[in-house]
Design a protein around this ligand. Structure first.
Ligand code: HAM
Length: 416
């Protein structure tokens, strides 16, 4: 027998029994984005590699080891499957001059690709909704992002998430801090693992992100960036915290929160769940005031965040019931032909119908009707065919089987 072909590791199918959850999520998410005035931008999955190395940072884990990069066979250009959406969103805004006369509130959704070691909650193709506010300087937009996340968690009835906040300050403040941190790490060099020694060389702030428990003490004793903040960043951060508190949202200030992408400054935040094991960060983002000019635009402030859809879905308690209205079963000589037309008449009236195409016995069709999750079975036998009628049988609650003209059946289903 020919060997079957499996999906690429870390890239998942969403099977029909699970897609209702995705649909429910997107329905709620789109209403939510509308409520906050964010408009959709649709971006390509492939970009020039340089876009990501310039924005996310050459020494970041994502760019240095996680990107799906290849050379275009015709043009010889280096291309990359997008590992995130912020860089593409800014690229598109600049390319189409969207920031010429107004700031922009934008969102995008879709798959992202990172060559990480797959485990529960961490995939090589995963999905995000990303939200970006381009051209806004004040702390109110940072706070808007945090508050809108809290609103979505409530709509989706997620179990409690913890909000962690930090400020990375200006690049000058980070420069000052980097020197102090390096001095501390060098003094503790013998206690660092190989990965942290490498990070110390290329991007010392990322040592704070290490999950190795052996390093916890060294990290806990490290100087904190928040003590080095410049006055403007300190004021900005106080503004964000005040607005978030005013909305009754609790948070922790985590001075070790640095994020793995280089474009951030000032506010950074993460929403973390304790129900997801090691991959507990459901949503993350912050301010990136330098990125627009880094990518060739006139300097403009910006901030944003992205949520990992697989992680949100893993926390969502609701299992949306199937939305099928009718399973149409039929038996008898000419019944199939008449039933086929009845199914179309129901659909024309806005009712969803699965027509039995199994050719099996009536009894087995009724079993299929039950398993389909439909609210009703509509039955067409020889008698119904002769009299140009149909019978309606409720499947999910008690109730008599009722026969009548198709218009009556439609009215009963719509009234139920
Ligand atoms: P990020 O922290 O790299 O940020 O990713 C955001 C979220 O995507 C994570 O919190 C997580 O929920 C999800 N995620 C990331 N990697 C994986 C994975 N391998 N498998 C499953 N889920 C994953 C960004 O991507 C930034 N672009 C966010 C942003 C937007 N900052 C400003 N604007």
């Amino acid at each position: 027998m020919t060997k079957t072909i499996q999906a690429v590791r870390g890239m998942n199918d969403v099977l029909p029994q699970d897609s209702a959850r995705w649909q429910f999520f997107f329905e709620k998410a789109r209403e939510w984005l509308d409520r906050y005035g964010y408009r959709e931008i649709r971006l390509p999955l492939l970009e020039k590699t340089e876009l990501f190395s310039r924005s996310i940072g050459r020494t970041s884990d994502i760019v240095s080891k996680e990107m799906y990069t290849f050379e275009d066979q015709l043009s010889g250009e280096s291309l990359t499957l997008r590992p995130e959406g912020t860089a593409s969103c800014v690229r598109a805004a600049l390319e189409h001059n969207l920031l010429y006369d107004s700031a922009q509130r934008l969102f995008y959704e879709g798959p992202m690709f990172r060559h990480e070691r797959p485990q529960k909650g961490r995939y090589r193709q995963f999905h995000q909704i990303g939200v970006e506010a381009l051209g806004f300087a004040g702390p109110d937009v940072d706070a808007e992002h945090i508050v809108m996340c809290a609103s979505l968690w409530e709509t989706l009835k997620l179990p409690k998430l913890t909000l962690q906040l930090n400020s990375l300050g200006s690049s000058e403040a980070r420069g000052r801090y980097r020197q102090k941190l390096v001095a501390h790490l060098v003094a503790n060099f013998s206690r660092l693992d190989a990965d942290s020694r490498h990070r110390l060389e290329v991007n010392p702030l990322r040592v704070l992100d290490s999950k190795n428990p052996q390093l916890a003490e060294v990290i806990a004793a490290a100087p904190t960036l928040i003590d080095e903040l410049d006055d403007e960043s300190r004021e900005h951060f106080a503004g964000v915290c005040a607005l978030v508190s005013d909305c009754g949202i609790e948070f922790e200030i985590n001075p070790r929160l640095v994020r793995g992408l280089d474009y951030y400054n000032r506010t950074v935040f993460e929403w973390v769940s304790s129900d997801l094991g090691a991959q507990g960060t459901v949503c993350a983002g912050g301010r990136y005031d330098g990125l627009i000019s880094e990518l060739g635009g006139r300097p403009a402030p910006a901030c944003g965040f992205a949520l990992g859809i697989e992680r949100v879905l893993a926390l969502m308690p609701v299992n949306k019931p199937g939305s099928l209205d009718v399973y149409l079963a039929h038996h008898g000589e000419n019944a199939g032909r008449y039933a086929f037309k009845v199914a179309e008449a129901l659909r024309d009236a806005g009712i969803s119908v699965v027509f039995d195409a199994s050719g099996s016995s009536f009894k087995s069709q009724m079993k299929k009707a039950d398993a389909s999750g439909a609210r009703f079975a509509v039955l067409v036998g020889e008698e119904e065919t002769r009299e140009r009628r149909a019978s309606l049988k409720p499947l999910r609650e008690a109730g008599e089987q009722i026969a009548g003209p198709v218009e009556t059946i439609i009215a009963l289903i719509k009234g139920a």
